[in-house]
Design a protein around this ligand. Sequence first.
Ligand code: ZN
Length: 203
Amino acid sequence: MGIEKLIEVNQAFVENEYAENIEYYKGLLSGQNPHVMLIGCCDSRVVPEITCNAKPGEIFVHRNIGNIVPPGDWNIGTFLEYGIRHLKIDTLVVCGHEECGAMKALSGKNPGDDAIIPGWLSHAGTALELVEKKGKKPSDPEEARKWQSELEIENVKLQLSNLRTYKVVKDAEDAGKLRVVGLYYRMSTAKLEVIDPGKPVKG
Ligand SMILES: [Zn+2]
């Protein structure tokens, strides 16, 4: 799908979905009030708004390769500060997924000649070490898939702890104003699994 296709599909969106729900879309012009913020993977097959049937304005989303949260990252830090302090969102999700190419690249340990990617993936290295401690990646394809899934889930847990290196997250969570949740999107079933339900916010 090149740019012509994108524009064509957008025109159909304007004429159908937008035209049929014009009041809703016009209402969005006055501001956003999302009820959840989510850090997910860039993978084009894993689209939180679609799998959660969310309308524009409902989920505040940050996506990057491997749903990684490096401590001290300006991009993520700005996303967190804006979502928590300005939009006053009380639920923060890290969502990993099955068949994550980033986690495959990490476990493949072949940096190739990429200049940037290995450094980014290194922020998930502790998750790989943890899973490898229990056993190396099996050669049997079915067992290897399970092992890979375990790595993807450990990565979610690691990134949840990385989130707490951001003062804005730690303070809001400690004050009972923010629930920090880990989810895993099982692509083979389209289901979201709860890895860590977090502590509910204080009413
Ligand atoms: Zn991914």
